[in-house]
Design a protein around this ligand. Sequence first.
Ligand code: ADP
Ligand code: GLC
Length: 491
Amino acid sequence: MSGRTIAFVASEITPFAKTGGLADVAGALPAYLRRAGHDVRAFLPLYSSIDVDSYDIEPVPSVSDVAVDMGERTYRFSLFETRLPGTDTPVYLVHCPLLFDRPSLYTGDADEPVRFALFSRAVLESCQRLGWSPEILHCNDWQTGLLPLYVKSLYAWDQLFRRTRTVLTIHNVGYQGMFPAKVLESCSLRPVEAQLDQAGLKAGHIGFLKTGLEYADAITTVSPTYAREIRTPEHGAGLHPLLERRKDVLTGILNGVDVDVWDPRTDPLLPSRYSAKSLWRKEPNKVHLLREVGLPYEKGVPVVGIVTRLAYQKGIELLQEALPPVLKSRDFRLVVLGSGELKYERFFAELQHDFPRRVCFYRGYHNELAHWIEAGSDMFLMPSKYEPCGLNQMYSLLYGTVPVVRKTGGLADTVQLYDPTTGEGNGIVFDHFTGQGAQWALEAALDLYEDRKTWKKLMIHGMSQDFSWERSGPAYLKVYDRALSRNEAEV
Ligand code: ADP
Ligand code: GLC
């Protein structure tokens, strides 16, 4: 196959392993690159939670029982191969039960840094045994943050990686993989200690993401606005000086949507599929959703949906202020799907208790329900404190479910406030991170919903947008080309 050789390395890839949007991106961008004619292969840990019987998984004979010394311990891994379902994109699964046979993808265990250091080294060890020379090592988030340094140090002797350039995508600068400096030994970093952030080491820690951002040849993040925001003290989570210094190699590329999975015209999980031309077929999804979650359906009463990790980032405290008064004064149904921090789970559980026929909170992870909420709701609430990209507001737009969002990161890049004077816009946007702001936005959406003609226009605006990877993907190819042309100039 002609085109680029690209190793795409991620700690979650849908449908194998997912906690959030990274998995959606990692399940779709490689497939796009493959369609565009590139030899892209994805790498993922073989977590014990992966349902191996659902996929066609084969061992890779040349990468079997490989020993990797990590400080005083030697870990052994074997490689397995499968495909992204419905595509011919190879996915390599790194099998090391000692590290990946755990109850969840991410842990607070003492060897958490070792798990992902081993994974990163296993990618390079596998390339060596496969005799496969990636031009681009595309890393994602802190879990793969050590790869850019490894390939330039521990593995620099190998001609196989002579032309390799690294790209690191930041999906969330709030998660940095900070560990005590004593993990240097067990993460094979002792030989490169001098190349690490000395101030950090003196203060007793090492940051995997920071290390990656220092050594990657190119850095990307998942929306243009977030690319600007992370260079400021407010959003940089301490990494803004480094990101400002490296701004010439930092690009913001809006995530795409995997339209094979998220398209109301073809979504196999929907009881009633629909398009902008057959909007009346959206209504049965609302009936179905409310039946499933045990809330009464009433024609004309709007449904507000939320699907989210219940984390600080998502702005739930605004809803703690805004939802009770609006629930008291207006008639609507609220369906919330999510799990995470206890205080937020408690809040929604109490809300359901206080408004039993109006609110349903499903605590947990439920893929089908996520699709039903996208299709069955009239509006989708996302008041994030910060949002690198956000996928759910794009799914909502495509499903004719009007997003109500805060103006930050990727939300600012995808949702425009409806302007009655021009008739433009696709949602409701509020600026200030306050309960009042969120309350205003929700009430504005409920008001607008009453005006059926305008509401339909908003729905159609969203549904006619193109968020496919065909639109976003080419920007990654440009980043690869730029990283490689610098390489060629140097050689
Ligand atoms: P983040 O990655 O910050 O969590 P995104 O909006 O980028 O936010 O992506 C979240 C993804 O995870 C979406 O595909 C969303 O549908 C899914 N998701 C989040 N929480 C749940 C849940 N409780 N059940 C099912 N899917 C969920
Ligand atoms: C992160 C961000 C989210 C983004 C996703 C995929 O989890 O929180 O905004 O959409 O990664 O890039």
